[in-house]
Design a protein around this ligand. Structure first.
Ligand SMILES: [Zn+2]
Length: 74
C-alpha cells in the first residue's frame, strides 16, 4: 500500500470520508460533477491525485483529521 504508486483519494465532505484508490472501476470513471471536482474540491469534495499513499495519508492527518479513512483498492 505505501509504495511509490500514485493514488486517487475520494474526499467526501458531507460524509467526512477519505477513501484511497489505486486503480479500479471507480478511478476509471472519474469525472467532474456539479458538486464533486477532479483535482480540486467543490461543495461536496472531489477526487484528488497524490504522488503516493504516504503523501495522501500525510494530508489526511494534516487537514482531514476528523474524517474516516479507508482503502478501497490496493
Ligand atoms: Zn478503488
Amino acid at each position: 500500500m505505501f509504495g511509490h504508486h500514485p493514488v486517487w483519494v475520494n474526499i467526501d465532505l458531507p460524509t467526512k470520508r477519505y477513501v484511497l484508490h489505486r486503480e479500479c472501476t471507480y478511478t476509471n470513471r472519474i469525472c467532474e460533477t456539479p458538486y464533486k471536482g477532479v483535482g480540486r474540491l467543490k461543495r461536496d469534495g472531489g477526487w484528488i491525485r497524490f504522488r503516493n499513499a504516504e503523501i495522501a495519508m500525510k494530508r489526511l492527518k494534516e487537514e482531514y483529521d476528523q474524517f474516516e479513512c479507508s482503502i478501497h483498492c490496493k
